[in-house]
Design a protein around this ligand. Structure first.
Ligand SMILES: NC(=O)c1ccc[n+]([C@@H]2O[C@H](COP(=O)([O-])OP(=O)(O)OC[C@H]3O[C@@H](n4cnc5c(N)ncnc54)[C@H](OP(=O)(O)O)[C@@H]3O)[C@@H](O)[C@H]2O)c1
Length: 231
């Protein structure tokens, strides 16, 4: 049975992924800032480098075939997407980097020493289409766009590095589609009919794309249907 790690399992999409994967018969392991630690659940703050060693110990026992990293942030009580350059605050931009980039970096740092040339891992980092520089025609959302663009570059680099380290592995960033979760909740008013998906719909699409991941998709930013979004 394939072993799947869902990191960020406390979020809307993460939780639905866990449910969908279990229903599909996968052996599922989880990582979140919340919950009770067990052999199947690691409690750690992925945005902190101090967590890397304990996450590595957990991963060494899990030996995942598939990793989904769901961590990300778009808004909190005080901050949200900026409409103009004057609204960018250093603190929020740095926090966006901390939550949209560092968890993916730290999780990869935890897994990297466990990989060898015979490893065959599918790695899916949830990113966002708005992190595509070539797709940006509307502007705005500075901190989210910049931090997701940085995540996309990280994934591109990681794919190149792991091509040598574990050649059978596939590393991608993926846009999950606009999904009804806490992250999108304040911004759902302007979404066209039929373009806001339930977490269950999104999870089942992410699982389908994961199952069909091919070496041609390695190092790419994928849409929720598996097609390639140019960086
Ligand atoms: N919903 C959408 O429409 C949409 C669209 C495009 C892209 N995405 C991306 O999809 C991913 C999942 O989003 P979601 O809709 O499920 O959002 P969500 O419900 O708000 O979940 C947020 C996720 O980020 C983690 N997280 C939040 N703050 C963190 C912090 N300070 N330190 C470490 N981890 C933190 C949470 O992990 P814990 O388990 O530790 O709580 C959780 O996995 C995100 O990367 C998001 O950018 C979502």
């Amino acid at each position: 049975m394939q072993r799947v790690l869902v990191a960020g399992s406390g979020g809307g999409i993460g939780e639905a992924l866990v449910h969908g994967l279990r229903q599909a018969g996968y052996s599922v392991f989880t990582l979140s800032r919340t919950g009770t630690p067990s052999s199947e659940h690691c409690v750690a703050d992925l945005s902190s480098a101090a967590a890397v060693n304990s996450i590595r110990t957990f991963l060494a026992s899990v030996q995942p075939d598939v990793v989904f990293c769901c961590a990300g942030v778009l808004h909190d009580g005080q901050h949200g997407p900026e409409k103009n350059v004057g609204s960018i605050s250093d603190d929020w931009l740095l926090h966006s980097m901390r939550v949209n980039v560092l968890p993916h970096v730290h999780l990869a740092q935890a897994l990297a020493p466990l990989l060898n040339r015979s490893a065959s891992v599918k790695w899916i980092s949830l990113s966002a289409m708005v992190g595509s520089i070539s797709d940006n025609r509307l502007g705005g959302w500075y901190s989210y766009r910049m931090s997701k663009a940085a995540l996309n570059m990280f994934i591109r680099n990681l794919a190149i590095e792991w091509e040598r380290k574990a050649p059978a592995s596939v590393v991608v960033a993926q846009h999950p589609g606009t999904t009804d979760s806490a992250l999108s909740q304040p911004f759902q008013a302007g979404i066209a009919d039929g373009r806001l998906y339930t977490v269950a719909q999104t999870a089942s699409r992410l699982i389908a794309v994961m199952q069909a991941l091919s070496p041609q998709q390695h190092g790419k930013l994928l849409h929720w249907d598996g097609s390639v979004i140019p960086f």
